[in-house]
Design a protein around this ligand. Structure first.
Ligand code: UN1
Length: 497
C-alpha cells in the first residue's frame, strides 16, 4: 500500500482541508505508485500564509550570518542524501540518474553560495553632501514569498528560489509541481532538519489552478517567484500587477545552437545531443533549434541522425539508458501533436517521430528522440516551445543570417554558437537576443553562481542565481544619520546662493 503524504503547514505535517488526494506515479512505468499527495485548496493556502506571517516575524530577526549557517547545514544534508534523493527523483520524474545527481548538486551549490552570501549581504555607504552625516543603504526582508516551481528540475529550481528567499529573511510558502511532490517533500524535510524554524517554511501540494492561484492572489504574499509556461506567467503577472506584488518570472524558450563551417564538428555533435535530448528535451534551456551553416549542413545532419538513432530510451535508473520518459501523458501527447504539425507543414522527418512503447517501454510515457530538417523560419516547429525531444534543423548561409533566425522568436533564454573564429564568437555574444550565450558549449549548463534568466517573453527582467536574485528577495532601505546637531537641509544649505 503506497504512502499517503501530507502538507507541511503551521509547523506540522497535516492533511488537506479538502480531504482529497491524487496519485503520483513513475513516468517510466505507471504501475509503480510513488504515493498519494494532497490536492489542497484555498483554505490550506490561507492557513499556510497565516502561519508563514508568524514565521517571518521570528526568522527576520535572526542575524543574516546565522541564517547563512542554516543554509550551510542544508547544503551538508543535501550532500549526505544526494544519491538517495537523485534515485527517488529519477523514479518520480524520469530523467537519467546522472542528471538527477546534477540536479541535487545544483541545490548543494546554491545552498553553499547562500551560506556565503549570509556574510556579505552588502549595502553601501556613500558620502553625504552635508557635513557630519552618514548616508548608507541596507537590505531588508519583505515578507512571505510564494514559490511555484516546475517538474523538470525538481530540486534545483526550488532551491534557486527558496534559499535566497530564506537567506534574505523571508518566510516561504512552497508549491512544487503536481508531478514532483515527493522531491518537494524531501527538500522541506531537509530544511526542517537543518534548523529552518517550522513556521518559516510551508509546503502546500496541489494544482496550479487551486493552490498556485490562491498563493498568488493572497494579499499577505507580497512576492512571487514562478518558473513555468509563458501563458501561466502572463496570467500571474496580471494578478500581481493589480495587487502591486513583486514577481519574478522564468518561462519559455526556443533556444538555438548555431554551428558554423569553421566549428569543431565532433564537439558540436556531442553538444547538440546533450542539449536537445538531455532531460528528454524538457528543459527551458533545451536546444530545440539547430542552425547549421550550409557548408557543413549535410555532413553534420548525417552524423547527427546516426547518433540520435543510437540513443537508448528507458528507465533513467538503468545505466544503459540515455533518454528517459516524458513526464506524463499530456506532455507525450503534446509532443506527438507537434510531430503531426511539423509533418503537415512539410518539414522533413530525419529520425524518430513516434511514441515508443515496445518491450520494457510498454508502461511509460516514452517518445523517440526526433529530428526534423528543412524547417522553415516562422513555421510552428521553429517558433513554438515543444518541451519534448524534438529538434528542428535549419540551414543558413552566414552568421548574420543565423543570428537573424535565432532572434526571430518570442523567447530569449539561452543560445549557443560553435565556431573557432573569435570574431564570430564576439559578434554572437553581442547580437544574440538571449539571457545566456554559450560559445562552444550547448544551450544548457547554467552554473549556480551566475545570473540565470532570459529576455523578451522568457522573463520579466529578473534573474535567478548569482547575487542578483538576492536583490529580488529583499528591499533596499536607505538610512541617513545626521551627527551635526543642527538642521541641515539637503539641496538647500550647501547651495544657498
Ligand atoms: C531549466 O531549463 O528549466 O542550465 C533550468 C541548465 C540547468 C538549469 C536549467 N542548470 O540547463
Amino acid at each position: 500500500m503506497a504512502k499517503t503524504f501530507k502538507n507541511f503547514i503551521a509547523g506540522a505535517w497535516v492533511a488537506p482541508f479538502t480531504g482529497e488526494y491524487y496519485e503520483n506515479r513513475n513516468p517510466a512505468d505507471w504501475r509503480d505508485l510513488i504515493g498519494r499527495f494532497p490536492s489542497s485548496g484555498k483554505r490550506d493556502v490561507a492557513r499556510a500564509v497565516r502561519s508563514a506571517a508568524r514565521g517571518f516575524e521570528a526568522w527576520r530577526r535572526v542575524p543574516v550570518p546565522q541564517r547563512g549557517d542554516v543554509l550551510r547545514r542544508i547544503g551538508d544534508l543535501l550532500v549526505r542524501d544526494k544519491e538517495d534523493i537523485a534515485r527517488s527523483m529519477t523514479r518520480e520524474m524520469g530523467k537519467v540518474l546522472a542528471e538527477t545527481r546534477g540536479d541535487v548538486q545544483e541545490g548543494i551549490d546554491t545552498a553553499y553560495y547562500a551560506a556565503g552570501e549570509g556574510r556579505r549581504r552588502m549595502g553601501y555607504t556613500v558620502p553625504s553632501e552635508l557635513r557630519n552625516k552618514f548616508a548608507m543603504t541596507l537590505r531588508r526582508p519583505i515578507g512571505v514569498a510564494g514559490i511555484i516551481t516546475p517538474f523538470n528540475f525538481p530540486m534545483a529550481i526550488p532551491t534557486w528560489k527558496i534559499f535566497p528567499a530564506l537567506l534574505c529573511g523571508n518566510a516561504v510558502v512552497f508549491k512544487p509541481s503536481v508531478d514532483v511532490p515527493h522531491t518537494g517533500t524531501r527538500l522541506v524535510e531537509i530544511l526542517l532538519e537543518a534548523g529552518v524554524p517550522p513556521e518559516a517554511v510551508q509546503l502546500v501540494h496541489g494544482r496550479g489552478s487551486s493552490v498556485g492561484d490562491a498563493i498568488v492572489a493572497h494579499p499577505q504574499v507580497p512576492l512571487i517567484s514562478y518558473t513555468g509556461s509563458t501563458e501561466v506567467g502572463s496570467r500571474l503577472g496580471e494578478t500581481c500587477g493589480r495587487m502591486h506584488k513583486r514577481l519574478s518570472l522564468e518561462m519559455g524558450g526556443k533556444n538555438a545552437m548555431i554551428v558554423m563551417d569553421d566549428a569543431d564538428l565532433d564537439l558540436a555533435l556531442e553538444g547538440v545531443l546533450w542539449g536537445a535530448f538531455g532531460t528528454t528535451g524538457q528543459r527551458c534551456t533545451a536546444t530545440s533549434r539547430l542552425v547549421l551553416h550550409r557548408k557543413i549542413h549535410d555532413r553534420f545532419l548525417r552524423r547527427l541522425a546516426d547518433r540520435v538513432e543510437k540513443l537508448r530510451l528507458g528507465d533513467g535508473l538503468l545505466p544503459t539508458t540515455d533518454v528517459g520518459p516524458m513526464i506524463n501523458e499530456a506532455a507525450l501527447r503534446n509532443t506527438m501533436r507537434y510531430v503531426a504539425i511539423a509533418t503537415d507543414e512539410g518539414d522533413e522527418l530525419v529520425t524518430g517521430g513516434k511514441r515508443a512503447r515496445g518491450g520494457k517501454l510498454a508502461h511509460g510515457w516514452f517518445h523517440q528522440p526526433t529530428v526534423f530538417a528543412g524547417v522553415k523560419p516562422r513555421s510552428h516547429l521553429e517558433q513554438e516551445e515543444v518541451f519534448g525531444p524534438v529538434l528542428a534543423v535549419l540551414r543558413v548561409g552566414s552568421l548574420d543570417e543565423a543570428i537573424r533566425v535565432n532572434n526571430d522568436v518570442r523567447y530569449g533564454l539561452s543560445s549557443a554558437l560553435y565556431t573557432n573564429d573569435l570574431r564570430s564568437a564576439y559578434k554572437a555574444i553581442e547580437d544574440l537576443d538571449a539571457g545566456i550565450t554559450y560559445v562552444n558549449a550547448p544551450t544548457i549548463g547554467a552554473e549556480a553562481h551566475l545570473p540565470f534568466g532570459g529576455v523578451k517573453e522568457t522573463g520579466n527582467g529578473h534573474r535567478e542565481g548569482g547575487w542578483q536574485v538576492y536583490d529580488f528577495f529583499s528591499e533596499t532601505k536607505v538610512a541617513y544619520i545626521d551627527c551635526s546637531g543642527v538642521l541641515q537641509r539637503a539641496q538647500i544649505d550647501t547651495y544657498d546662493v
